[in-house]
Design a protein around this ligand. Structure first.
Ligand code: GDP
Length: 285
């Protein structure tokens, strides 16, 4: 089962919350993982409440797929809110050389206290995030191993283990899998674009048109370049047809098969074939 196809329902959410609350008692710091392409939409609405005062760092993953300029803007915005933030690519490990330093910053008080008392202190961490943000990839990367045996389905009971990291710290080998913000239709849409909640949306053509509506605002050049278009049609559906025609998605009567065009566009967007794209802007708070 693909983690992105998880179905959330109230009982399941309650159970997940309880499990995470239980794990939280055993760790010193929470690593909140988000997708750099949608760093706000990919956060969990309840996490702040669940974590309380426990130290936390925010890791923006998939930095390689996100817009570099917006990566910087988001880092600045999160830091301005006092959140210890790091930008990484868990596939390559890029950015993770700063990981220990950031954890140490977030745990500065505890580390200083332990040092004062001359006590040996091994920080314990856990990773949390919504499906598909790259939790397993990051765990494997931090652990220095290739793959994880079991899926991260909540509700699947297996004994948890501590992974010893290179810096000597300990990481819970099972991430906390949180649900996304369902309440906000815009958020649901952004998550559907990246495939994080792909089952929720059935009409691929509509999804593709809504994606085009957003892409044409900041990423018109990327669309023109990818689909060899001189100009973008003003209407989103017409634009989808333009793309389909360029890609030879034709059916009888020389009409464009827009379903196929939609599948191509979404697939290429999800594969970062259109270049580095971020779908949100930092909120001014
Ligand atoms: P999880 O559901 O949060 O555990 O997510 P996974 O670790 O299974 O990752 C979901 C998908 O994102 C996989 O196809 C990973 O290869 C991919 N992925 C994870 N991290 C990165 C990253 O930093 N960059 C890119 N390009 N892909 C990533």
């Amino acid at each position: 089962m693909n983690a992105s196809n998880l179905q959330w329902f109230p009982g399941h959410m309650t159970k997940t919350k309880r499990q995470i609350a239980d794990d939280l008692k055993r760790v010193d710091l929470v690593v909140e993982l988000v997708d750099a392409r949608l760093p706000l939409a990919s956060r969990n609405p309840m996490l702040n409440e669940m974590i309380g005062q426990k130290p936390r760092i925010l890791v923006m993953n998939k930095a390689d797929m996100a817009d570099e300029e917006k990566n910087r803007a988001f880092i600045d915005a999160f830091k301005a809110q006092g959140i210890h933030t790091l930008l990484v690519n868990s596939n390559s490990g890029e950015g993770l050389n700063q990981f220990t330093q950031l954890v140490n910053q977030a745990l500065a008080e505890k580390l200083a206290r332990a040092k004062e008392k001359g006590m040996r202190y091994i920080p314990r961490l856990m990773i949390v995030g919504i499906p598909n943000v790259g939790k397993s990839t990051l765990i494997n990367r931090l652990a220095g191993r290739k793959s994880m045996k079991t899926g991260d389905r909540p509700g699947v009971t297996r004994s948890k283990q501590w992974i010893k990291l290179q810096n000597g710290y300990e990481l819970l080998d099972t991430p906390g899998v949180l649900w996304p913000k369902f309440g906000d239709p815009e958020v649901a849409l952004l998550l559907a674009f990246t495939g994080a909640i792909r089952d929720e949306v059935t009409d691929m053509e509509e999804l593709a048109c809504l994606l085009l509506k957003r892409l044409r605002v900041h990423y018109a050049d990327a669309l023109c370049a990818r689909y060899q278009l001189d100009e973008l049609a003003e209407d989103d559906y017409d634009l989808l047809e333009q793309i389909g025609r360029k890609r030879g998605c034709l059916q009888s009567g020389n009409r464009v098969n827009t379903e196929r065009a939609a599948a191509i566009l979404l697939d290429e967007f999800r594969g970062a074939k259109l270049g580095r794209i971020t779908l949100e802007n930092p909120e001014v708070k």
